[in-house]
Design a protein around this ligand. Sequence first.
Ligand code: TXA
Ligand code: MG
Length: 356
Amino acid sequence: MKVETRVISVAADGTGSGNEYRQVVACLGHGGLVAFPSETVYGLGGDACNPGAVAAIFAAKGRPADNPLIVHVKDLAQALEFGKDPDGRLAILAKAFWPGPLTVVLQAQPKCRETVSRGLDTVAIRVPAHPVALRLIRESGFALAAPSANLSGRPSPTRADHVWTDLSGRIPFILDGGPCEVGIESTVLDISAGETRILRPGKIDVVGLQRVLHEPVIRGEAVEGLVRSPGTRYRHYRPQARVLILEFSVLANDWREMVAALHERGLNWGYVGWRKRPGEAVPSVWLPAEPVAYAKGFYQALRVLDGQGVELILIDGPPIAGMGMALWDRLNKAADGQLADFESLVARLTPITSDS
Ligand code: TXA
Ligand code: MG
């Protein structure tokens, strides 16, 4: 069913008369959906305890039904209504990192298992740091189930117009609070079993977590982790264009040859990165090498090039340090692979040209 989508501009610091908030809070109260800015990416929120609202989130995004949602709460006390903290580790994490870009997976209270948790016995929870998100949670009086506000499989939205591109006609409200600060999704940390495991890397990294927890933090998924974090099974972060990652050696040795080959084939390609400038004629987005700044512009870059109708995006990734680790996780999922040399580009071009 097509709905009319309204975009409401709000101050990024969460101030404002309240008229803007009143109508979206009323919408949430009736089980409706509202896209809102968080410090990481825009979320698509609905009442976490209303099965109808949760079902509507899945329908609007086209999200696989077994991929659980993060519950957004205002503080630790509200988190404990949804998850359990038998050994006090959540309290330690909350003190150090909330509000902030850390999602914690806990043993779930029974009430969320059939809604946000999709049948799992765990639940993912975070307190977002964005004033607009916090105000929405406080004024509505309930926790918000919220995945990233994109169509399933697409890059997460870091601006309101990205949400519009994906979800206009599918949701009633988008709160526009400007661009998101972090630019990639929160770290997902599983403490529901004995060990402490990062299921999705993000701005809060293993070093920061170990410093606070004084215990080893395991990086990445176990084999059985596929069951623990169902989201990792699906395609993610993909723009419409095909994405290939440029290895450093390609940039250093084969760049000119490659650009020439792309021109020769008349392929509409684009570039995202920091080491090369492919010339005026090529749609490109230059990003800073520093990983925190790179992350802030990354999804925007993919969407800008999609908007220009390119068929192929070549990406020069950030250095693998600090947040670079989290970015490479997203990059590898967005891309069809890496280009090691000129020959591998030529091999990959053949299917693209015959597709179109
Ligand atoms: O930064 C973020 O986390 C954003 C903002 C809006 O808060 N949200 C976000 O949600 O990225 P989403 O749904 O796009 O990604 C949530 C990830 C998925 O990979 C999902 O499978 C995982 O968290 N997840 C949710 N509940 C889980 C659970 N109980 N156990 C393991 N993984 C879970
Ligand atoms: Mg997502």
